[in-house]
Design a protein around this ligand. Structure first.
Ligand SMILES: C[S@@+](CC[C@H](N)C(=O)[O-])C[C@H]1O[C@@H](n2cnc3c(N)ncnc32)[C@H](O)[C@@H]1O
Length: 301
């Protein structure tokens, strides 16, 4: 499935009033939906695109070969928390006008069974965005205690009562280890049933595992101050989240930046998808966009 960029109009609206020249960092390139639109909207901007997923970078390098060869786009197979290193690799004098983090997984990652994110397509129970780093989801499912699994599903997955699923996992793995996504999603479906229409009962359990496997909350927390440090005065930092814990991390960090006189919130209220966007793109329903603008300091004005 093609990846439809979320809250694209809102991002474009907020870049239209920004300076005409500079480097923009797309820290979560994915399939390049946001990058493509940003390059078109700002003909004098260059983009530095990062993604931990080597397949996203390979796909982008092929798909955007013109922009790469004319120097408007640079790729790095990298973590956005390593943004400082990659900004340093830009040509001398490059200034960072803006940064976007559009968190979570892309549609191609979800659709590709062998990546192990999907409860619809059977594949190895993996879920690593960078399969070279960390341990697959199966390790957690096969080794964490019932209480640890419960806490994970409850706090990260926001499942109100995951007890029966956690218990069943522990019972089942005494007989055989979990190796595939379907083994786990079938177990969850057999216990939870299909309560909400169109919402697979394993959705939140899988999301919790994915966030844990990729250490997503810690990486986000670590990245936020580094990004602000890299922005030029007046530069804007856009973050799109899909999970309330992520949104809380961003909201609190932005408030702290404001309290420390580092800048201002561009919108007092979080930006969410319009009714039409949410109808056309179900991923957009839980998306929240926050924008921080770095302050001009003293003699820089
Ligand atoms: C929701 S998709 C981005 C979609 C993109 N904006 C588009 O329009 O095509 C998120 C992407 O971020 C990447 N990603 C997730 N965590 C990351 C991290 N810590 N550092 C770099 N990339 C990350 C994922 O591999 C995935 O490709």
């Amino acid at each position: 499935m093609l990846h439809t960029p979320v809250l694209l109009d809102a991002v474009l609206n907020h870049i239209s009033e920004m300076p005409d020249e500079g480097w923009f960092v797309d820290g979560t390139f994915g399939r390049g939906g946001h990058t493509r639109a940003i390059l078109a909207a700002k003909p004098k901007w260059n983009v530095l695109a990062l993604d931990v997923d080597a397949e996203a970078i390979e796909h982008g390098t092929r798909e955007f070969s013109t922009e790469v060869s004319n120097g408007r786009l640079r790729f790095a197979h990298a973590e956005f928390s390593d943004v400082v290193t990659w900004v340093r690799s830009l040509p001398e004098g490059a200034t960072i006008v803006g940064v976007l983090l559009d968190l979570g997984v892309s549609s191609p990652q979800l659709d590709e069974a062998r990546r192990g994110f999907s409860f619809y397509h059977d594949g190895p129970l993996d879920m690593r965005m960078n399969p070279e780093v960390g341990r697959p989801a199966a390790d957690i499912v096969n080794s964490w205690s019932e209480k640890e699994l419960n806490d994970l599903f409850h706090f990260m997955g926001e499942v109100r009562s995951p007890f029966r699923v956690s218990r069943k996992i522990v019972e089942t793995r005494r007989e055989r280890k979990f190796t595939t996504t379907r083994e786990l999603s079938d177990l969850i479906a057999s216990i939870e049933g299909w309560r909400k229409k169109g919402h697979h009962p394993a959705t939140n359990f899988f999301m919790a595992l994915r966030i844990q496997v990729n250490n997503e909350l810690d990486r986000l927390t670590a990245a936020l101050p580094k990004v602000v440090e890299q922005l030029q005065p007046g530069g804007r930092f856009f973050v799109i989240t899909f999970h309330s814990l992520e949104d809380r991390i961003v909201k609190n960090a932005f408030r702290e930046f404001v309290a420390n006189d580092l800048g201002r919130l561009v919108n007092k209220k979080v930006i969410q998808a319009t009714w039409t966007e949410a109808k056309e793109n179900p991923r957009a329903r839980s998306a929240k966009l926050r924008i921080f603008e770095k302050e001009f300091q003293g003699d820089e004005i």
